[in-house]
Design a protein around this ligand. Structure first.
Ligand code: KG4
Ligand code: ZN
Length: 356
């Protein structure tokens, strides 16, 4: 029997729901992005985000359940992100999940958005199963519907590994020794990496979200025309991007450089800062693999730069770098196996890191 978990994610500007089997196989998912809604503000407008989550969440849950041909009796649990994130946005998902848990009697599992991003590397989006197949599949069997009918399952990630979670709200370098055994080695002292991309894009007059816009503009640029500084922090595993932003603002104001070169130089400096921190951590901690996760892990320059660090690299498929419900369901699956269950007085924790 497989474990079917409904995952609900509303921590920022994506309302996302998924039904996931065994913490790996995505039966169905439904996402409503608020990017267009927030674009005129150049960042997420919290009040608008909460209100849009309110409108979207129930129809999305209905759709994900219908698409997965799953009914409430077949689910094992409801996993929901309860932090970190925007409090008002988190409240929408948590309250809906609590209402559903109360009505159905299903266990509620609060998960951290950061553990969610970590579990995006455990998903196997290519392996599509029907609910009947997942119910019938004995543990350890191959993938039904694969070319041979019984292809061996791809390997789960190996422990210990090093993971870099880089998103609009976070830049966390973590050492993962096992499920629920996560040590934060370092984080950003000021802007998150994605936030730095978003602010830089604003300075350059590019759109929101800034990361993809800068990556696109940088393609036509030459990073070697301008070297922007990489901050040195007291801890070798911390990051700082505010000086870089100031240096970019000065370079823009000088009027000397063209847009593509500025974008390329900025992206190159962020990538250098991140890879330098990763390299130092790989020298200090045992790691069988390196995992990238979060919106900024969609960045091609970053993905290329980590290929030659001497350790196998896992990055989620592009659609699972940014916020999604499947990663929340996957994190809920592994947390439930460790015995985590949340009470119905679960509250949001806007600065949550990694619960046990
Ligand atoms: O993980 P995510 O969807 O939401 C948060 O939890 O914050 O990450 C969104 C962030 C935004 O700051 C966006 O600019 C950045 O990820 N991002 C990128 C790229 N795609 C998204 N940054 C750099 N390069 C990209 N291709
Ligand atoms: Zn995120």
């Amino acid at each position: 029997m497989s474990d079917l978990i409904l995952g609900i994610e509303t921590s920022c500007d994506e309302t996302a729901v998924a039904v996931v089997a065994d913490g790996r196989y995505i039966l169905a998912e439904a996402v409503a992005s608020q990017v267009q809604l927030h674009a005129p503000y150049g960042g997420v407008y919290p009040e608008l985000a909460s209100r849009q989550h309110m409108r979207d969440i129930v129809p999305l849950i209905r759709r994900a359940l219908a698409d997965s041909q799953t009914d409430w009796q077949q689910l094992e649990a409801i996993a929901v992100t309860y932090g970190p994130g925007l409090p008002g946005a988190l409240l929408v998902g948590v309250n809906v999940a609590k209402g559903l848990a109360l009505a159905t009697g299903l266990p509620l599992i609060g998960v951290s958005h950061l553990e969610g991003h970590l579990y995006s590397n455990w998903l196997r989006p290519g392996c599509v199963l029907t609910p009947a197949e997942t119910q019938a599949r004995p543990v350890g069997a191959g993938i039904p519907g694969s070319a041979s009918g019984e292809e061996p399952l791809p390997e789960d990630p190996a422990f210990p590994h090093l993971a870099l979670i880089v998103s609009g709200g976070h830049t966390e370098l973590v050492h993962v020794r096992g499920h629920g055994a996560v040590t934060v080695l370092g984080s950003t002292l000021d802007d998150a990496a994605g936030e730095a991309f978003d602010k830089a894009a604003r300075l350059l007059g590019l759109g929101y979200p800034g990361g993809p816009a800068i990556e696109q503009a940088a393609r036509a640029g030459d990073a070697s025309r301008l070297e922007l500084p990489v901050a040195v922090t007291d801890s070798p595993f911390d990051f700082s991007f505010s000086g870089l932003k100031t240096a970019l603002a000065r370079a823009v104001a000088s009027g000397v450089y063209d847009l593509a070169d500025l974008a390329a130089a900025f992206q190159s400096a962020v990538v250098r800062a991140l890879t330098a921190g990763i390299r130092r951590a790989l020298n200090a901690y045992p790691a069988a693999e390196l995992h990238l996760a979060g919106g900024v892990s969609a960045n091609g320059a970053l993905r290329r730069a980590v290929q030659d660090l001497g350790v196998p690299v896992r990055c989620p498929p592009l659609a699972y770098c940014t916020d999604n419900g499947a990663m929340t369901a996957a994190a809920g699956y592994w947390a439930r196996r460790r015995g985590r269950q949340s009470a119905l007085d679960l509250d949001v924790v806007s600065n949550l890191t990694f619960p046990d």
